[in-house]
Design a protein around this ligand. Structure first.
Ligand SMILES: [Zn+2]
Length: 479
């Protein structure tokens, strides 16, 4: 071998090692969920075997690991995550329980010691056979059965669709406060999770069309049923909505496959356009959406919309002429959550204002882009600012320093978290100027992609972009 060849081979070897270290190794440090599920439509039950390869990225040694069992909030009428006024909308046919039943748990192949914790068995606690050190991983297998309730909610079914939101055991987050084992609160989106890789194999009746997080990798049809292999990388959650009535409209925007799963005739193209416009605008204004597909799904859902990674549930009640602008607004809002919640995560229990405020203000930016500054300003003045000021005149405490457990009514939550949250960003943009504001959103997005950000992280980004101390500005809004 001559010297030149040797040199070339040497360079090649270095490149391979560098690529391995930068691209292959980090993937290994992501927790993976492998779920094999079978849905029985007659009894509305999902039976599943779930293998979690949990990687201890907490920075500490662990003796226990916790999972949320959100379906257990639907077990009894006293534990439901709804207000009394909402019940008749959520359960139009009357209450029936929904729940998750844990049948067996093993850790690294051996039967595990586990307990279900209060309230309502919503937390699964696993005591590990031996401590796992930071960076170490373990294999956790959970066999369970999920009973879906007749609820027009994130988890439940209605006349048209079956919603599997927050339906499987999902790991609690371990952060500087330790394990976050909050129950399913009534107000807000009480979910807080780390990104993970997913492979979900689900068997459904052949007639069902399935919308989900991730991408479909395989489809096998056999004797009236259909097995789908779905995969998603670096997502915070995995949601599914299915129906035997769905029609699908599709488009490609910036290489992203956008889908509208719809039930109401005439609304496929409309909702597809709203979703496409939203993805196109946020891509350009904030930064590129990292996933390959995004689905907007018409759902038997009682309240506006709900965000999941790569999938949003939109209430069927909005798919009509009278609500067309609302429908666009809700789709623009839930799509903005793909940036603020799905990609950049935050603790939605302790700092719900962070993703909601940013999402609501991003929606106004969308309105400004497609309807002009005057329309966006009008919505800001008449809906957001006026709504908040009216609330302020009757309320002494509008502080952001609340967890979801502290809110007492929807009005309080909406005004403080959405309206006041959006007002912070409206005024921040005025304070630092358009160019800096845009740079703040882009920097915050890039820096906290797939991570958990805090209010302080956002303030630090603002300060680093502007070169100023804006702590006082934020303080004035916080209390
Ligand atoms: Zn929202």
């Amino acid at each position: 071998m001559d010297a030149k060849k040797k040199l070339l081979l040497g360079i090649l070897a270095v490149v391979v090692v560098v690529l391995f270290v930068y691209f292959v190794l980090p993937e290994k440090s992501v927790t993976t969920y492998f779920i094999e599920a079978k849905y029985n439509d007659e009894v509305k039950v999902v039976e599943a075997n779930q293998t979690v390869k949990y990687v201890n990225n907490t920075g500490s040694s662990l003796k226990e690991v916790y999972f949320h069992l959100y379906p257990n909030a639907f077990k009894s009428e006293t534990s439901l995550p709804f207000t009394k006024e909402e019940l008749s909308f959520v359960y139009p046919e009357g209450f029936e329980p929904g729940f998750i039943e844990i049948e067996k748990v093993t850790i690294n192949g051996l039967p595990a010691d586990y307990t279900l914790m209060e309230p309502n068995d919503e937390i699964l606690k696993l005591t590990l056979p031996r401590e796992i050190k930071k960076g170490e991983s373990i294999n956790i297998k959970i066999k369970y059965k999920v009973k879906i309730p007749p609820a027009k909610s994130r988890f439940g079914y209605g006349k048209n669709t079956v919603q599997l939101g927050n339906w499987y055991p999902v790991l609690s987050v371990y952060d500087k406060n330790g394990w976050n084992n909050d129950p399913y609160y009534i107000f807000g989106d009480p979910f807080y999770s780390d990104v993970a890789n997913y492979r979900v194999e689900i068997v459904v009746p052949e007639r069902f069309i399935v919308a989900s997080t991730g991408e479909e990798k395989e489809k096998k049809v056999e004797k009236g049923s259909k097995k789908l292999v779905l995969e998603a990388n670096k997502v915070r959650d995995f949601a599914i909505v299915m129906s035997d009535k769905f029609k699908v409209a599709e488009a490609t925007v910036d290489g992203i496959n956008i889908r509208s799963y719809y039930l109401t005739d005439g609304y496929g193209d409309k909702t597809l356009k709203f979703a496409s416009d939203a993805i196109r605008f946020y891509n350009e204004y904030i930064g590129k959406y990292p996933y390959k597909t995004y689905s907007v799904v018409e759902t038997d859902f009682y309240l506006g919309g709900m965000e999941y990674p790569q999938l949003v549930m939109i209430s069927k009640d909005l798919y009509n002429k009278a609500n067309l602008f609302n429908l666009e607004y809700v789709i623009a809002h839930e799509t903005a959550h793909q940036w603020w919640y799905a990609v950049v995560g935050n603790n939605q229990i302790r700092e719900s204002w962070l993703d909601e405020g940013l999402t609501e203000y991003s929606t106004l930016l969308y309105i400004e882009r497609y309807y002009g500054k005057a329309t966006a300003e009008e919505i800001y003045r008449l809906v957001i600012e006026r709504g908040f000021n009216k609330f302020l005149s009757n309320s002494l405490d509008t502080s952001f320093a609340k967890t979801l457990a502290d809110f007492k009514e929807w009005q309080e939550y909406t005004n403080i978290v959405y309206n006041k949250g959006a007002m912070v960003f409206y005024n921040l943009r005025k304070l630092i100027g358009e160019e800096n504001f845009r740079k703040v959103l882009q920097t915050y997005y890039e820096k906290y992609k797939y991570k958990i950000a805090t209010t302080q992280d956002l303030i630090d980004v603002v300060d680093s972009v502007t070169g100023k101390d804006t702590g006082g500005f934020f303080q004035s809004w916080f209390y």
